[in-house]
Design a protein around this ligand. Structure first.
Ligand code: ADP
Length: 296
């Protein structure tokens, strides 16, 4: 990856930050790079995420969003730089991270009940070892209630709708009372109502507990009003800033090194002309239009 002008590197400006500006960061990346062999996915990444902050991670397919998620979960080592989570390595801090995956393939989980999945969230961490069975059951009920899933606590996941399952997965992620919620495309294939319900749950959690949210998405609009800052990963460059700083024609054109137009339609962001990497799906910008019912 050739060195890029500073304006394309993402260190240039950082936004004003969210709810927790002024407090110690829960995630701190410095000069971070991630490579697979000779292929560098991103580099020179500096980012502090503060308690209660909502960071959206955007970018076309192949730009390294999933790789960032893996790094934060301690499943992928950086090739350069540092990553501290609550001052520790990602592995040491793993119990402080609640992970909400994409609508995962269901086959292995279809027969599990909602309450089983949430219980695994508790059992899977040392946090749960000291709890007696009755206490665990109480905690599971409490969590299912909090995410609005109590009514289907005993229903196998395979019989739930996509939106209901995502509520349960958020419950599972909250089981350890995490300081960070790491959400990997949690809205994928949900209809607008369920998208809203899921984003409201996540937002409520960060407001009530100061939980920081790192939200990977190819579609900013469902969370645009909640986002404090955006990390926009593009092939060979990235940028960090508020949505107003990053999601502009000027900023994305600089980032992609070609003309990209960003327009606001009824308060929604529409990106036109963002090129994809060869490995990417062909219609990144179009996805924004179609899912919003907005046509170019
Ligand atoms: P995104 O989530 O934005 O689509 P990824 O993080 O999945 O991007 O991938 C970034 C790039 O790294 C892609 O080119 C992908 O092919 C490559 N990549 C991802 N995982 C691996 C791996 N385990 N080994 C080699 N290359 C990988």
């Amino acid at each position: 990856m050739a060195s890029v002008p500073q304006a394309r590197e993402g260190r240039t400006r950082t936004g004003t930050g969210g709810a927790g500006t002024g407090t110690a960061p829960v995630i701190s990346l410095r000069g971070a790079a991630l490579s697979y062999g000779a292929r560098t996915v991103w580099q020179g990444l500096d980012l502090d995420v503060r308690p209660g902050e909502f960071i959206a991670v955007l970018g076309p397919n192949g730009s390294g969003k999933t790789s960032l998620v893996k790094a934060l979960l301690g499943r992928q080592l950086l090739s350069a730089g540092t990553l501290a989570i609550l001052g520790h390595s990602p592995r040491e801090a793993s119990r402080h991270i609640g992970y909400v995956p994409q609508q995962a393939t269901l086959s292995a989980q279809a027969m599990l009940r909602a309450r089983d999945l949430v219980r695994f969230g508790i059992d899977g961490h040392r946090f749960g070892l000291g709890l007696r069975t009755r206490a665990i059951r109480g905690r599971v009920d409490e969590i299912l209630e909090a995410v609005g899933a109590a009514a289907y606590a005993d229903v196998p996941l395979g019989l739930l709708s996509g939106g209901e399952r995502q509520r349960v997965r958020i419950g599972q992620a909250l089981a350890t009372d995490p300081r960070i919620l790491l959400c990997d495309e949690p809205l994928l294939s949900l209809d607008l109502n369920h998208q809203r319900a899921v984003t409201e749950l996540i937002d409520a959690r960060r407001r009530s507990h100061g939980t920081a949210v790192v939200f990977v998405t190819h579609e900013i609009n469902p969370v645009l009003d909640l986002v404090d800052r955006v990390l926009y990963l593009a092939p060979g460059a990235h940028r960090v800033g508020t949505p107003d700083e990053v999601l502009t024609s000027e900023s994305l054109s600089l980032l992609y090194d070609t003309q990209v137009d960003v327009v606001r339609v009824h308060g929604r962001v529409v990106v036109v002309g963002a090129p994809d990497e060869p490995s990417a799906q062909p219609h990144h910008a179009q996805e924004l239009h179609e899912s919003d019912g907005v046509r170019p």
